[in-house]
Design a protein. Structure first.
Ligand code: SF4
Length: 629
């Protein structure tokens, strides 16, 4: 199927004089389901809409936004796979110089706060054409939120962008419903009840519903959360608003949320229902070209990293505090059928450039493929944010058999020599998945298994909603035993976060010593970034754990964060001065000998391979450099 039109000439070749919906994206156009805008464009196209894509328009003038003319229904705007501020700045707020979603890895192809800027240019160009905003930037900034880059609480992005509607989460259902209703003659201003959307209520309550009937059925009701003005000036109110909103994420029981901003209010309808397996299969069977648009002269790093990677499912029920996946993709796992994944592998194997290696089969968490709540009634009424923290819910079906069967079949397909799993795995779940564990360790590790304990000190992992050090030690033992049993020399690569709320310098020293005791050396430590919409960001800003109401220590400033990071990178000569400074601050100069000398762990440094980058890109994270040793 030809690429979605990006020029008038490409429209003409399809015989189109006008489009129904025009997407504007902060990413280059890569026609692959790992990228949200192309996926949604193909989805609407399959439902009979004429769609076009304007990718990475020069935003200083309205002209590039008029390249495809005036759409019949609306514009759909996304910053791309990442929040534009996360894409542009390091955790120390320094400007990045690369962008994996742009040809040539070039920085500067999209503006800061892309959703706001794009919408504003579109309104300059076509004042009366509705604009729908979506994607991760809009989704996670749907309520008033803390913005790390301005160090202040900002209004809902819907107020700043002056768009007509915001779609949050996975957009297939809401976007299609809005498009179909507009095609049937409804106007955007009257579309108020679509699940997965937010709008601005112009009349002040009495609610419910600002003078319109709420949708009937499950989840009916309105919950008001503290106002923008309240949370801007009162951190306890901020924590309360966060806690209340995060309890209303279950599509089967969530209420409409309302947050006043002055004399208006953000009205956030209940989340969209998840896609069924058949619907997921239909989405991934859309006729993608599986390539960047031919107009690009230079390679797009994100494509190079994703092209041999397969998405098997969406959603994550881990509920990790620093991760926005459950607020964006939801807690319920939406899996593709085995036959759908295998069909994609067979298509990949026929590509002339395919060399036989699949870099990843997974999703946000690889070993959640095919898992679900085993009690329908409990699931429909559940308000828990994690099915596995602080302990595995008795209703959760945890068998890894389906995921193990998928890996087994994938590696036996014609033309496939190797299948890696680069998506993260929850090692506390692996305990209950012996078939998957054996399959993973036996055939899909390639010498290094990447796991993300993030920390090992119990009170920090509790705030992170991760399993603690003991669970990691048990996992390490099992991994080593299984590797020895099958006669393979394999190692674990731990991913860790420094500077997370609750983590002191002393905790970091303890972590460094625990890792050293386990024979693990880390080459990469993620400095905690307070991205919009996460529980960790709420703790960072407020210094309060919204669940318990207790105060949380927040590492102060870049200097302390640098020292925390250095303690884990003790083996790198350039960190030595900082390590000694950290030990001095702790009054533990006596530890210098133990920490800075000798290393008896796994040989060599660790690699960050393309599979891990593919997984990160699928989750909208910043792609790390090509290779680190
Ligand atoms: S009842 Fe348990 S398994 Fe089911 S959704 Fe809730 S936490 Fe998850």
């Amino acid at each position: 199927m030809p690429f979605i039109p990006t020029t008038v000439e490409e429209m003409r070749r399809r015989g189109w004089a006008e489009l129904d919906v025009i997407f504007v994206s902060g990413d280059a156009y890569i026609d692959h389901p790992a990228f949200g805008v192309p996926l949604l464009a193909r989805w609407l196209e399959a439902h009979g809409f004429r769609v076009g894509i304007i990718a990475q328009p020069a935003w200083r003038s309205k002209d590039p936004f008029m390249a495809l003319g005036r759409p019949r229904l609306f514009f759909a705007v996304s910053s791309g796979a990442m929040d534009s501020m996360v894409a542009h700045y390091t955790p120390a707020r320094k400007l990045r110089h690369d962008d994996a979603y742009t040809p040539g890895n070039r920085h500067g192809a999209r503006p800061n706060r892309a959703v706001i800027i794009y919408t504003s240019r579109l309104k300059e160009a076509y004042k009366d054409v509705p604009v729908v905003i979506g994607g991760i930037e809009a989704s996670l900034r749907r309520f008033a939120h803390y913005d790390f880059w301005e160090d202040k609480v900002r209004r809902s992005i819907l107020f700043d962008a002056k768009a007509d509607l915001l779609i949050y989460g996975m957009a297939e259902r809401p976007l299609l419903e809005v498009a179909e209703r507009m095609r049937s003659g409804e106007c955007m201003a009257d579309i108020r009840d679509v699940r997965g959307t937010c709008r601005i209520g112009r009349e002040v309550p009495p609610h419910p519903a600002f003078g319109h009937p709420l949708p009937q059925g499950e989840g009916v009701g309105v919950r008001e959360i503290p106002t923008f003005e309240e949370i801007s000036t009162d951190k306890l109110k901020f924590a309360e608003a966060f806690r209340l909103a995060s309890r209303e994420q279950n599509p089967y029981s969530a209420r409409t949320l309302l947050q006043r901003h002055g004399d208006r209010a953000l009205v956030c309808n209940s989340p969209a229902f998840p896609l069924s397996e058949t619907e997921m299969d239909a989405v991934y069977a859309l006729p993608f070209e599986k390539a960047p648009h031919p107009c690009y002269q230079q390679p797009v790093p994100a494509w190079e990293q994703i092209k041999t990677s397969i998405t098997s499912h969406r959603g994550c029920f881990g509920g990790c505090a620093f991760c926005a996946i459950s607020m964006h993709q939801g807690k319920l796992i939406q899996s593709r059928s085995e036959s759908s994944v295998i069909a994609e592998i067979d298509r990949l194997a026929r590509q002339p450039w395919f060399r036989g290696s699949i870099s990843d089969i997974g999703g946000p968490t690889a070993n959640m493929y095919g898992l679900a709540c085993g009690n329908d009634e409990a699931m429909r009424n559940c308000r828990k944010e994690s099915c596995i923290f602080p302990s595995v819910c008795t209703h959760l079906e945890t068998s890894g058999k389906r995921a193990a069967d998928l890996l087994l079949k994938a590696r036996n397909r014609a033309g496939v020599k190797q299948v890696a799993v680069s998506s993260g795995v929850r090692y506390d779940l692996l305990e209950r998945q012996p078939e998957y564990f054996r399959e993973l360790v036996g055939h899909h590790v390639s010498g290094l298994l990447k796991v993300a304990p993030e920390h090992l000190v119990e009170h920090v992992t509790t705030l992170m909603r991760k399993p603690g050090g003991k669970a990691f030690e048990v996992f390490m033992r099992h991994f080593e035993d299984e590797s020895a049993r099958i006669g393979k020399r394999q190692h674990v690569v731990p991913y860790l976060i420094s500077g997370h709320p609750g983590c002191t310098l002393a905790d970091m020293l303890e972590l460094a010593l625990l890792l050293k005791g386990l024979g693990l050396k880390v080459e990469q430590v993620q400095d905690f970034t307070p991205t919009p919409g996460t529980l960790s960001t709420c703790m960072f800003y407020t210094g309060i754990d919204p669940d318990s109401g207790k105060r949380v220590y927040v590492p102060a400033g870049d200097r302390e964060k640098g020292l925390q990071k250095a303690l884990l990178l003790w083996h790198q000569p350039e960190q030595r001065t900082k390590v000694l400074e950290a030990l001095g601050k702790l009054g533990r100069e006596d530890m210098a000998g133990m920490l800075l000398t000798g290393y008896g762990g796994a040989p060599g440094g660790v690699r960050v391979d393309s599979g891990r980058r593919a997984h990160d890109i699928r989750q909208g994270k910043k792609a790390p450099p090509a290779k680190r040793r």
